[in-house]
Design a protein around this ligand. Sequence first.
Ligand code: PEP
Length: 249
Amino acid sequence: MRDQIVAGNWKMNNDQHETQTLLTELKNHNKPENVRVMVAPAFTQLSQSVSLLADDAITVAAQNMNAAASGAYTGEVSSSMLKGVGVKTVILGHSERRSLYHENNASLADKVNSALEAEMEIIFCFGEQLEERKSNRHFDVVKAQLSEALFSLPTSAWSQIVLAYEPVWAIGTGETASPAQAQEMHAFIRKLIQDQYNETLAQEVAILYGGSVKPGNAQEIFSMEDVDGGLIGGASLNANDFMAIVNAF
Ligand code: PEP
């Protein structure tokens, strides 16, 4: 049985006061025992969030990290800094990091290796652009993203990896991949892992869907055989919406 996971990517939202308010609201909701729930606040709110959630099942992830252990990287944060404030999971490869900060499959492979060395869990994001889907290249793009960043890893590394398929055209746009489109891609991804590694591993890796998941569409998407949960942007900023998604399995 694979993990079922719902992770909220807060992006550059929520100051100290707003973080306290949202986390307090989230703590007041009942959580299903069979779903892992995570939130990813901004770097400045990580320590506060870990403390506030110390007595709750929700765990805290970071939205990014640098591949280097330390050094002259102005504005950057390392894995040991994250672990030092109690964060054990990091989101890598989000489409906004790829498009706005020029992250690519090679630089992400370095970040993945660094996070693995630090024994962190990784939520690895990838997905095609709208033109790539329209020109029917979405399977090739996803295959290249996974092959170049992840498929040199040993089988043992995969116990620390969660995949998040996020078609770029569905992120923050209100446009969602249909449940059938999500299932088709997730099944394709599982087959890639089976071909590269083995069937057991392919069946064990959790694959999340991300892209305009809301309370109204989560249940249908999560009911797909190869969809193991969601990475949620906009809807994770509202406690009722986020918890409705968490409870949509
Ligand atoms: C995201 O940023 O990972 C995301 C899925 O955003 P949204 O849910 O707002 O589309």
